[in-house]
Design a binder for this molecule. Structure first.
Ligand code: MG
Length: 395
């Protein structure tokens, strides 16, 4: 295993899974952007051959704390470098910065346990080309997509799963992604005008990093997941639906042409999808999130409130536009979320920023990494203009 983004929420839970069954897994490399203290502690515990640190500022300090014989790679390319040599590469990097890791793992023909959805969304056309490399395969760690993967695998078998996103014809009517609804489910748009960063970070069912938690509060996380599902499984946007399910027990489902629904259920615990991706095509021998049916609270479903949470439809719009639009959407969203976390714009301004950026999108389909970088940059630039305008207006 190579665990990229090892100090983040996905990374630390990945190490938890690995430690639950140390005989099955061997960590050859770990890497992170900046968290030197935790990286040093992980290196002492796991004894990987290689450790990568993207931010060079504390490299000397880290080097002194690594076990003898550990190779340290430093700099912006380091994380992609450790994604090239392992049977399974876990990409738990946050945000668009995960793209080089995704591409390096796929181009090296590795199995990619993908938690970084942004790389697939922004870099879709480029990632799909890399994915055609012999041996390369994506097993999603995102809980909804992991659920869809398990359901489709039950329907199609492993051989056809390896042909994604160009599967044989599937007897499928639709896939249904579940959304917890986030901390603001049931609230009116007016009552959300003054919510604080703390309010938005209080997720009811999942404990995650700040970026994805804010995305969850706006439903942009679900919107990004709609695009992610399209990219992963080659399913058209008209056949991808979203339903709100506050308990996060049903992690998503597929409906076959004859009306049957297949779903994957477990308690909300990311270690299950992580373990699924690590062990694939086998199954982990340790249970995370198994359900006690005698103790399960009622589970509910309701339609998403698309007027109060416009980010969901912004994502559908960008997905249907295709080309560079998903990259613009993603870049603009990262800028908007950062501006909200910095206190520069209000929570309700986030969709306005993204919408303003999407209105400007005219870039062609990205065919190289540079095209993707350019689309991301352009989306961010228009988002920054919108942030400045909104921040000035609220002064
Ligand atoms: Mg998810």
């Amino acid at each position: 295993m190579s665990v990229v983004g090892s100090t983040g929420s996905i990374g630390t839970q990945t190490i938890d899974v690995i430690n639950s069954d140390p005989a099955s897994f061997h960590v050859v490399a770990i890497g992170a952007a900046t968290s030197v203290d935790l990286l040093a502690a992980q290196a002492l515990e796991l004894r990987p051959d290689r450790v990568a640190l993207a931010d060079p500022r504390r490299a000397t300090e880290l080097e002194e704390r690594l076990p003898a014989g550990t190779e340290l790679l430093v700099g912006p390319e380091a994380l992609a470098e450790i994604a090239k040599s392992a049977d399974v590469v876990v990409n738990g990097v946050v945000g668009f910065a995960g793209l080089p890791v995704t591409l390096a793992a796929l181009l090296a023909g590795r199995r990619l346990a993908l938690a970084n959805k942004e790389s697939l969304i922004a870099g879709g056309p480029v990632v799909q080309v890399a994915r055609a490399t012999a041996g390369a395969e994506i097993v999603p760690v995102d809980s909804e997509h992991c659920a869809i993967h398990q359901c489709l695998r039950a329907l199609l078998g492993e051989k056809d799963m390896a042909r994604m996103p160009h599967p044989p014809s599937m007897p499928l009517r639709r896939i249904v992604l579940t959304a917890s609804g986030g901390p603001f489910r049931g609230r009116s748009q007016r009552s959300l005008a003054e919510v604080t960063v703390q309010d938005a970070l209080a997720h009811p069912t999942w404990t995650m990093g700040p970026k994805i938690t804010i995305d969850s509060s706006t439903l942009m996380n679900k919107g990004l997941e709609v695009i992610e599902a399209h990219e992963l499984f080659g399913i058209g946007y008209d056949s991808i639906e979203v339903v709100v399910h506050p308990q996060s027990i049903v992690h998503s489902m597929i409906e076959t042409t004859d009306g049957a629904t297949l779903a994957q259920l477990s308690l909300p615990d990311m270690r299950l999808p992580i373990g699924y991706a690590l062990a694939y095509p086998d199954r982990l021998q340790v249970a995370f999130g198994a359900i006690d049916w005698t103790q399960l609270p009622p589970i509910e479903f309701e339609p998403p409130d698309r007027a109060t949470f416009p980010c969901l439809d912004l994502a559908y719009r960008a997905g249907r536009e295709g080309g560079a639009a998903p990259a613009w959407l993603n870049g603009a969203n990262e800028v908007a979320v950062a501006a909200f976390l910095d206190g520069r714009i209000r929570w309700i301004d986030i969709p306005a920023v993204i919408s303003a950026a999407l209105d400007e999108c005219s870039a062609p389909v990205p065919s190289t990494v540079d095209d993707v970088l350019e689309s991301d940059r352009a989306g961010r630039e228009f988002a920054r203009v919108a942030v400045d305008r909104l921040a000035r207006a609220s002064l």
